[in-house]
Design a protein. Structure first.
Length: 121
């Protein structure tokens, strides 16, 4: 709470993203008082690389900057295993079209792979 925090705001609602931590198996959902807010992850990443403050990001967004030494992870002992919320919505039908079925399978595999991402080139 004492750091200069940079945060993501949802474009539709203009609300800030809460930061999530885990301590002793308990989820901590923290409303951060950030001094910079953007609705674009690439802008946030560049601002933090340039020294604007700290941010909580998924690994797949920050991995390359960490690998290059542009960013340094902090508070790793409080990392959560929560992923980004992803929903696939489609009209309820008795039979699922092949296109929808393939897409759902693709997204399932993709999200499982993203959970395993540490540092990518």
């Amino acid at each position: 709470m004492q750091h200069r925090c940079v945060n993501f705001i949802y474009p539709q609602t203009r609300r800030e993203s809460n930061w999530k931590f885990e301590q002793d198996g308990k989820l901590i959902d923290l409303c951060v008082d950030s001094y910079l807010r953007f609705d674009n992850s690439e802008v946030i990443l560049e601002a933090v690389i340039q020294g604007a403050g700290v941010v909580q990001f998924p690994k797949f967004i920050a991995a390359k900057a960490i690998a290059r030494g542009d960013l340094e992870p902090i508070l790793q002992s409080y990392t959560t295993q929560l992923g980004l919320p992803i929903a696939v919505l489609y009209p309820q039908k008795r039979y699922l079209s092949a296109k929808v079925r393939v897409f759902v399978e693709f997204m399932t595999e993709l999200t499982a792979a993203l959970k395993r991402v540490d540092v990518v080139d």
